[in-house]
Each structure stands twice: as C-alpha cells, then as structure tokens.
Design a protein around this ligand. Sequence first.
Ligand code: ZN
Length: 229
Amino acid sequence: MRKKKGPFIHMHRLHLFFVFIIDTIFPQSCIGCSVNRFLLCPQCGNALPLANPSPHPNIVSVFDYQNKIIRKSIWKFKYKNARGFASYFGKRLYEEIIGNLGEELSVSKKEPFLIVPIPLHKKRLRERGYNQSELLVQEIIKNDRDNLFKYSPYALIRTRETKPQARTEKRATRLENLRGAFEAKEDLVYGKNIILIDDVTTSGATLQEARKALRVKGAKSIQSYTIAH
Ligand SMILES: [Zn+2]
C-alpha cells in the first residue's frame, strides 16, 4: 500500500519553495568577496583582524572595528535587517567567552552565568523590529551545549530613550547622555555572575552604564563582550 503524503511533506515543500523564492529575490553574497550563499564566507571570516585588548577593564571584543568588512557587516546586521550575521558573530563570541572564562567555567557548571543583551528602548525596538544584541545572545545559547549560560532577556531594561551616539562626541557627553538609561531587575540579578553582550563598543559608555545598573541591584560579577571595538 502506498503511503499517503502527510501535511508535513507539503509544509516541507512549501518551506523549500519559500527558501528558493527568498534566495532568488535576495541572493546572499559574501560581504568580503561576493561569493554566493554566504553573508560572510569562511575565508573572509578567518581573515578578519582581531581586536587589540580593550582599554576598558572587563570589556572583551573579538574583532577590530577599524576593519572595513567588520564595520560594513555590523552596520548591515544592526540597521539593514541582515540578521543572518548573528550566527557567525554569536559563535565567535561564544568561543571568546569560553576561552576567557578558563577556570571560572567550573563555577558556571554549578550556577550558570546569566547572559544579558544590552536592551534597546522599546520605541527603537519597534522601529527596527529586532535587537541585534538579543540575536547574538540567542546564538551564544545555541552554541552552549554544556548549559554554562542562562539567557536572561529581562534582567536589564532601557528606561530612557537616548540619542544615538555620535562618533565625535566626547566621552563625558556620551556618559551624560546615557545616565540612568538602564534599570536592572533585582530579583533576577542579585548575587549573580553576569555576562553582558553588545554589538560594538567604542567609548565603553553604554556598557559602563549598564554595569552600574546591575551593580546597584547586587550583581556579583559583570563581564562584557562585544563583536568589535
Ligand atoms: Zn568572502
């Protein structure tokens, strides 16, 4: 007797059809060398220059933000709906965190580190449709097969809308602009080891302000990671 094709098969075909259509309308090509089917091909990814150690204590970045390909891909990732970059950057962040934690990893086996994205203000989230830092955290969690980290999307909220930071602004002005922009949830962060994730840091002002908010509510330790600086 011939098996009937269930609805699953049809759904699968429908899915493949849509993938085909999306690929046709928006063909992916590598941001570095234009080879097809990658947002960032393995070769260009491996050639990206790594960041120098950050001048800010407790902030670790993976890549050098001076690099053109890095700049362009982060810009697309943040503002142009190129959410696919999250899988590559999230994996690299995961590897960086694991490499840096070293002995602390045994601590996190007993109690997972809370991994917290820098939040967007809800107005900006509505405009943009997604928070790039949240996508990074979701990818880190996907890579975390040992359950060393716990995703905590509500540990930190952005209470105030802040002006986009201009590159030319002085550090003092940036800090002023961000003062009191974040609030942490005490019941979620008190006594916890926290890993903060953001896409880019330049002056370190955003991460510093987020740290303050977490510290005030009793976070035990706070480390920050970004794709680039
Ligand atoms: Zn390439």
